[in-house]
Write a protein that binds this ligand. Structure first.
Ligand SMILES: Nc1nc2c(ncn2[C@@H]2O[C@H](COP(=O)(O)OP(=O)(O)OP(=O)(O)O)[C@@H](O)[C@H]2O)c(=O)[nH]1
Ligand SMILES: [Zn+2]
Length: 342
């Protein structure tokens, strides 16, 4: 079975549930909670940059003289799994960040985006990979391992569904010219970066990542860690293993972590091996193809926009030759992505 169907549970939470998180007694915390409870006074805001077995690493006072990192637990009233890497949270308790101190996350702020996956395509239960990312760096090797367009399609679908701008990064271009592979994506408004570890395009990448929160995704062995290390040397991610040595159920060393760039953040997702799309709404894919979405307004209700869809306005425009060469490539990409979901 390919890694794509490798169903993996979220080890982050499964082995560390509420019962094992001992909360300190809180005399003020016994009031019944309502949905519109007042905001905690004196709470601090922070960014969750790593999650490990019920412990959250949080950066607070970002960019100010008070900037510091904290370790925090989740307040009991927040549901399990409700805080993910990239979240902005409100903290109370010991927010000094001193050795051994523990703060408590009492609420999660509204998210600007959510990158999700389901365990497989038939599973509508979603798991959140990262919150508040606005870009996705899709890392694919030009060779070793061989690039697979269908896999990139899956990442694109997830990005478009989440409203995150995809960027395609082709690594190992010293081994193979990627142009033939890239022809698969010719119709997309997709920024492409070509990279080799012999000569990293660091300036180009930094310019693209500046002022953004970018989630990096890619199949094991494509050189994603090598790339993240080059961008963030202190990341010190383990490199050199093409095979996954982390056994099922042991994901603590492979959790999603955000790294700070000069300006902006890159989120590495080593634990994400499967990318089920069971939760994705096809309308979100169409929305990412603005030109075709406008034509689709004339489609019959419930139109699939696939080649066999009766009276599909996009297909009819294509038949009348109104889409042009690029439009035809885009229609082909759209239909391929929609087929991924069908
Ligand atoms: N020839 C060549 N090899 C590369 C390049 N980038 C990375 N590699 C090699 O590819 C192998 C895998 O690189 P990693 O950075 O560990 O790949 P990864 O995607 O992080 O894989 P995991 O650690 O399994 O998640 C290593 O042996 C790297 O030295 C490149 O641009 N060219
Ligand atoms: Zn249609």
């Amino acid at each position: 079975m390919s890694w794509l169907s490798d169903v993996e549970d979220d080890g982050e939470y499964s082995e560390y549930d509420e019962s094992s998180v001992r909360q300190r007694p809180n005399p003020k915390g016994n009031k019944p909670r309502t949905k519109t409870r007042p905001e905690h006074k004196d709470s601090q805001t922070g960014r969750v940059y790593a999650v490990d077995r019920g412990r959250f690493s949080v950066l607070t006072g970002e960019g100010t003289p008070e900037e510091r990192t904290l370790t925090a637990t989740k307040a009991r009233e927040l549901p399990r799994g409700s805080i993910v890497t990239g979240d902005f949270v409100d903290l109370v308790g010991d927010t000094t960040g001193d050795e051994g101190s523990l703060a408590r996350i009492v609420s999660v702020q509204e998210r600007s985006s959510l990158l999700r996956r389901s365990a497989d395509d038939t599973d509508s239960v979603e798991r959140i990979i990262v919150a508040n990312a606005d870009q996705m760096l899709i890392v694919v090797a030009a060779a070793n391992p061989e690039p697979r367009p269908r896999l990139v399609d899956r990442y694109l679908v997830a990005a478009y569904d989440a409203g995150i701008t995809p960027i395609l990064c082709l690594t190992k271009t010293d081994l193979q010219d990627p142009e033939e592979f890239l022809a698969n994506f010719a119709g997309l408004e997709l920024r492409v970066v070509r990279s080799t570890s012999l000569d990293f395009p660091l300036d180009e990448l930094r310019a693209l990542l500046d002022h953004h929160t970018t989630v990096a995704v890619g199949h094991s062995g494509v050189g994603k860690s090598t790339l993240v290390n080059a961008l963030v040397p202190e990341a010190k991610r383990a490199t050199g293993r093409v095979n996954d040595v982390t056994g099922r159920g042991r994901h603590t060393s492979s959790s999603t972590v955000s790294y700070r760039l000069d300006s902006g953040w890159i989120v590495d997702t080593p634990g994400v091996r499967s990318f089920g799309l069971g939760h994705v709404d096809p309308d979100n894919i169409l929305r990412s193809f603005g030109d075709l979405a406008r034509i689709a307004e004339e489609c019959p209700r419930g139109c699939t926009h696939l080649p066999d869809a009766p009276d599909c306005a996009i297909n009819e425009a294509a038949e009348r030759g109104e889409l042009g060469a690029i439009g035809m490539l885009r229609l082909d990409s759209l239909q391929r992505l929609l087929t991924t979901l069908a």
